[in-house]
Design a protein around this ligand. Structure first.
Ligand code: ATP
Ligand code: MG
Length: 688
């Protein structure tokens, strides 16, 4: 056990050895906050003798939770009696609701809906109520209400402006609808948990006593509801240890409340505060850039942070003409690293907004570079995967009209939109679910509203669903084989332009399902569905390739070689409505501090965005980070040149490179401009 403490510095050790009472570990990026937390968990269990079942460790993403679990378990004695509960807030809510949702008069066979399902539902309610407002806006308003514990009735009563009245009406219907169908959205996972705990004092007490030691990573990103939930959970003992960095609070737009961390010591009177001031992750130039940048923010606690690693290579700037040149240049640099034998898991490219990932994807694909894209179009958001999930949902709950409508004509059964609407109306009039109506009508209990052909198709659908539901009673592995046989979803996509990719995805899903069954033979379909609904945008199949992801998704992670793209005014910082410069700067700080030794910040002169090409200026953050006083020295031109490249020169026009020789930071190029050969330095031409 001494050995796990030996790996820590004195402040980290002090935090680990503090056992009872509230504690705040406040420190900058890469100072070992997460390491301290995992070591503390191992210390509590392995040294102090706390039963792992009495601990609860929370964080924000599944990936972070998985990494922490792995680290903590490595530090623990071989045979811990019970793995400690270390998960995301949402997963905790799910587990809690499984046991206690009955207290709200609901069954625990609920289905979690993700943000996409939520929008679909809202869209249909908005249509019904003839409301013409942006669906994402409605969704985020409702999310805010839930996170502020405001019920639909209260919101309806308080709404004054016409738009907000409409949103309130939608909220009322939405909540009715999800309760009727026993659905639970992401916000409910926490909101209902809070509600149950706050309304049942005995249960609150019992739960708090059960989780004697609670720890939270990335505490700066908790919102008001999470704070209140933590207060209830720790109410019996106050053994709440939170770690965070006010400079890394990047979820303000989603309701995170930075005051939670700023006021923690006031809220918990006997709080012990520990500061960590050594950064073990990054070399000096990287850390200096991050520190210099974040000093431009005014609302911060202010921290000292010195680099343990010391000197290292300068932060590089990569200037390109446009996004495709940028992608090409990065692909080239990445290839060089891979050729040198760098582990692909140590290379990442980060972007501020999703739209910028597309050009990278294209460039990397062209260059034949493998990559995993995290936080873009997620696996589970792809149409074919949604179809599969909808099928499984219908099997789990045939009264889920939404899912049924999605798959009723996939693969094609000749049931068009008009027929579906007829069926929906008939089911509505009969006051039963769509599936029930279809089932009864194919058995002749209702007069036929559709043609003979369609009725036969529906008969077959009912037969398939019933058969598959029966198969669910037995082994899930066999079930999925039968599912593949009966529901020929691959045939549906086979003829499409991108059919090949979609079929691969479908196979991957089946494989994933089988794997989940292998790992947990007792798995039920409901559990499987709820687990995949909880997959956050960091979760993807782990492969040994480089990573492209959003800065938000990269929180807490670290990479030896890092590229950040889009350092341009408007993209990063994001400007315009809803943008908050201090939060943008914190995002800049998070991005830069993901790098260990090699950081390249990229910017372009123009980008194609929202249908047109725009000239853009480089980001103010480059200046604020102290990186562009001396542009000529630090800017490396975007590409390496080689024989055969086409280049453009201001005066000579377009030519082909015949020879390229490295000369300092530049290339000396021999270029053939339509028979006119010239020797020119690479900074005077641009690749095309
Ligand atoms: P972030 O703010 O980005 O979440 P963090 O403060 O949680 O960062 P960690 O991820 O825990 O930092 O640690 C950063 C790196 O420093 C890790 O590679 C970790 O192993 C290393 N590290 C932390 N503490 C020490 C130490 N005392 N000695 C050596 N290495 C350390
Ligand atoms: Mg961390």
């Amino acid at each position: 056990m001494e050995t796990i403490l030996n790996a820590l510095n004195p402040s980290q050790r002090e935090a680990v050895e503090h056992i009872d009472g509230p504690m705040l570990i406040l420190a900058g990026a890469g100072s070992g906050k997460t390491k301290t937390l995992t070591t503390r968990l191992a210390y509590l269990v392995g040294e102090v003798g706390i039963d792992p079942a009495n601990t609860l460790t929370l964080t924000f993403t599944n990936k972070a939770a998985a990494e922490m679990r792995e680290r903590a378990l490595k530090l623990m004695p071989e045979k811990v009696s019970y793995p400690p509960l270390l998960c995301t807030f949402h997963k905790f809510g799910l587990l809690f609701l499984k046991f206690h949702i009955e207290k709200l008069g609901r069954s625990n066979a609920f289905v979690i809906i993700d943000s996409d399902d939520k929008k679909r539902l809202l869209r249909s309610i908005a249509k019904e109520l003839k409301v013409d407002l942006n669906i994402s806006f409605i969704a985020s308003e409702i999310s805010k209400y839930k996170n502020s514990l405001l019920s639909p009735e209260v919101v309806l009563e308080k709404a004054e402006l016409p738009d907000y009245k409409q949103i309130a009406n939608i909220y009322v219907k939405y909540q009715e609808n999800i309760e009727e169908n026993n659905l639970v959205d992401f916000d409910d996972l926490l909101m209902l948990t809070y509600k149950i705990l706050s309304e049942n004092d005995a249960l609150r007490k019992e739960t708090s006593q059960r989780y004697q030691y609670i720890m939270v990573d990335e505490y700066q990103d908790t919102n008001e509801l999470q704070f209140q939930l933590l207060e209830l959970l720790s109410s019996e003992h106050n053994n709440l240890c939170v770690v965070g960095d006010d400079d890394q609070s990047i979820y303000g737009w989603r309701g995170a409340n930075i005051r939670n961390i700023l006021e923690f010591a006031n809220n918990f009177e006997t709080c012990k505060t520990v500061k960590l001031e050594t950064n073990y992750r990054s070399t000096e130039p990287i850390l200096n850039a991050a520190n210099t940048l974040i000093e431009h923010n005014s609302t911060r606690l202010g921290k000292k942070l010195t680099s343990h690693k010391g000197a290292g290579q300068e932060v590089k700037l990569l200037h390109s003409l446009d996004e495709s040149m940028e992608a090409k240049a990065i692909a080239h640099e990445v290839q060089k690293l891979l050729d040198e034998g760098v582990d692909p898991n140590e290379i990442a490219v980060l972007y501020r907004i999703n739209a910028l990932s597309r050009s990278l994807e294209e460039g990397f694909t062209k260059a034949g570079l493998g990559f995993k894209l995290i936080g873009g179009m997620r696996f589970y958001e792809r149409a074919e995967i949604k179809d599969l999930i909808s099928y499984l949902r219908v099997l789990s709950n045939p009264h889920d009209d939404f899912s049924l409508i999605r798959i009723i004509n996939k693969p094609k059964r000749g049931i068009g939109k008009a027929s579906i609407e007829k069926l929906q109306k008939a089911a509505f009039d009969a006051k039963i679910s769509l599936f029930e109506y279809i089932k009864k009508s194919v058995h002749g209990e209702f007069p036929a509203v559709l043609s003979k052909k369609i009725t036969t198709a529906l008969e077959k659908l009912v037969e398939d669903i019933t058969l598959l539901q029966e198969a669910l009673e037995n082994e899930l592995g066999n079930f999925i084989t039968l599912f593949e046989e009966r529901i020929k979803l691959k045939d549906h996509y086979a003829g499409m332009v991108d059919g090949f990719d979609r079929i691969l995805n479908i196979d991957e899903f089946y494989g994933y399902f089988r794997d989940a069954v292998l790992k947990n033979p007792d798995l039920t379909l409901d559990e499987f569905l709820n687990d995949i609904s909880l997959q956050s945008d960091q979760d993807q199949v782990e492969e040994d390739t480089i990573t492209i992801m959003s800065i938000h998704a990269a929180k807490g992670l670290e990479f030896e070689h890092l590229f950040v793209i889009g350092l341009e005014e408007e993209f990063f910082p994001l400007l315009g409505e809803g943008s908050n410069m201090e939060e943008e700067r914190r995002l800049g700080y998070v991005a830069i501090t993901r790098a260990k030794s090699d950081l390249t910040l990229c910017y372009v002169d123009s980008r194609f965005y929202k249908g047109r090409r725009k000239m853009i200026d480089k980001s103010r953050f480059l200046g604020e980070a102290g990186l562009i006083q001396d542009t000529s020295l630090k800017i490396t031109k975007s590409s390496a040149f080689k024989k055969g490249d086409l280049v453009k020169h201001k005066i000579f026009g377009i030519g082909r490179v015949q020879a390229a020789n490295k000369s300092g930071k530049e290339y000396k190029l021999l270029i053939n401009f339509g028979g006119n050969k010239k020797e020119i330095l690479s900074s005077f031409v641009q690749s095309i």
